[in-house]
Design a protein around this ligand. Structure first.
Ligand code: HEC
Ligand code: HEC
Length: 353
């Protein structure tokens, strides 16, 4: 250890480090800038009305082998669902006798006790979550949820602070599943402000077990079951048009999200899984409207395809992915260049003394 002038030595080492870093940053930003596409690829959509696009009309009352197999895998019998009446679709009305969330189903799966345990079509299949035994879901609920939502899930916790915590009865499995799998619940902020997406505390299996338990309480299910989107055959271009019409006003055309009134916001769409996107549409979390009678399952599938392909994984022709963030990423490159350059100048000035 040299006793002589340690400060100068440290300064000198620090300077060398700065030069190395700024040199690197200049090099890499140069490479990125060279490879970056010059135009940002925000989807420019020609807004067209697409209400009747590609929705297969079910005319016969037979169930396809694929859907029959889904019922069989749930230990249930396949029965024909509700055929689509396009005139009612046009009025935006809900035609479902068995589920308010998903009006247009080609099959319903009925178990031996007459319970509908699944329903859907080739675009989206909805399943009633299970907990074996039900006490597993109950235990999870009492551990993670009842302190706020109450042991009866009615929004009245022990101690009696009402009006803050929503009543969970009758919300339906997809709502419960969405709030748990997106990490919004169990809430970290008990004050009732908009819960944020975060790393989930519970596993997907546990989310279904809690949903099954809450759904077993009275009153019975009003909302949709947990959706599984089949993206095969989806029309991304149609999804883009529908997105521009129905979603961009709040989430912006790039899906980046935006502030709404009363200190709320529409979040970025870059993290939601396909099934969570469908859940959001079918259940309408927070201030988001619930898209039920006005969007068919095929249209929802197309929107999901557009969000999970084009918004979450934009194709950058430039080769080096900048995350599709356009101006932000390019601004950052400029910043890296500028700061790197400034550091060099500073060092040079310092060295001249
Ligand atoms: C610390 C308190 C707290 C805990 C614990 C908690 N919640 Fe919540 N929950 C809230 C608050 C506050 C809201 C309202 C937040 C919002 O609207 O963004 C909420 C909202 C919800 C909603 C949305 C209800 C609706 O009508 O839209 C669901 C569903 C939900 N919670 C389920 C659960 C489940 C399931 C658990 C356990 C895994 C849980 N919560 C644990 C406080 C809590
Ligand atoms: C009126 C504004 C509004 C419209 C229109 C809207 N949303 Fe939302 N959306 C929201 C808000 C607000 C939230 C957050 C709700 C909360 O957390 O309390 C949200 C949440 C979401 C989420 C959850 C994101 C995550 O990672 O957790 C998805 C996915 C989503 N919206 C997709 C859509 C799609 C697709 C459309 C069009 C069909 C749409 N939204 C239309 C306001 C809107």
């Amino acid at each position: 250890m040299s006793v002589r002038s340690p400060l100068t030595r440290h300064l000198r080492n620090a300077m060398l480090g700065v030069v190395a870093i700024s040199g690197l940053s200049i090099l890499s930003s140069g490479v990125i800038a060279a490879a970056a596409p010059t135009t940002t690829k925000a989807p420019t959509s020609s807004v067209t009305t697409t209400s009747n696009s590609k929705t297969p009309t079910t005319t016969s009352a037979t169930v396809t082998p694929n859907l029959a197999a889904k019922c069989a895998s749930l230990g249930a019998t396949a029965e024909p669902g509700q055929p689509i009446d396009q005139s009612i679709v046009a009025q935006g009305q809900n035609t479902s006798e068995f589920n308010a969330g998903t009006p247009y189903s080609d099959v319903k799966c009925v178990n031996s006790s007459g319970e509908i345990v699944g329903y859907g079509n080739s675009a989206i299949f909805y399943t009633l979550p299970t907990s074996n035994p039900l006490s597993v879901g109950e235990e999870l609920f009492l551990t993670y949820c009842s302190a706020c939502h109450g042991v009866k899930a009615n929004g009245v916790p022990a101690g009696g602070t009402t009006g803050i915590y929503p009543n969970l009865l009758g919300l339906g499995p997809a709502t419960i599943n969405f709030w748990i799998t997106t990490g919004r619940m169990p809430a970290v902020d008990p004050r009732g402000v908009q819960a944020q997406r975060r790393t989930p505390r519970l596993t997907d299996k546990q989310a279904n077990e809690v949903a099954a338990y809450i759904n077993s309480l009275q009153p019975a299910t009003a909302g949709p079951y947990v959706p599984n989107v089949n993206l095969r055959g989806a029309n991304v271009e149609n999804g883009q048009n529908l997105f521009a019409l129905n979603c961009a006003a709040c989430h912006t055309i790039t899906g980046g999200g935006d502030a709404l009134a009363y200190n709320t916001y529409a979040p970025t769409l870059h993290w939601a899984t396909p099934n969570q996107i469908a859940e959001a549409l079918r259940t309408g979390p927070g201030n988001m409207p619930r898209f039920t009678g006005n969007l068919t399952d095929w249209q929802v599938r197309d929107i999901v395809a557009y969000v999970s392909h084009s918004i979450q994984h934009p194709t950058n022709i430039g080769g080096v992915g900048l995350g599709g963030l356009g101006p932000v990423a390019e601004g950052f490159v400029a910043l890296a260049l500028g700061v790197g350059g400034l550091m060099l100048v500073t060092f040079w000035v310092g060295d001249r003394q």
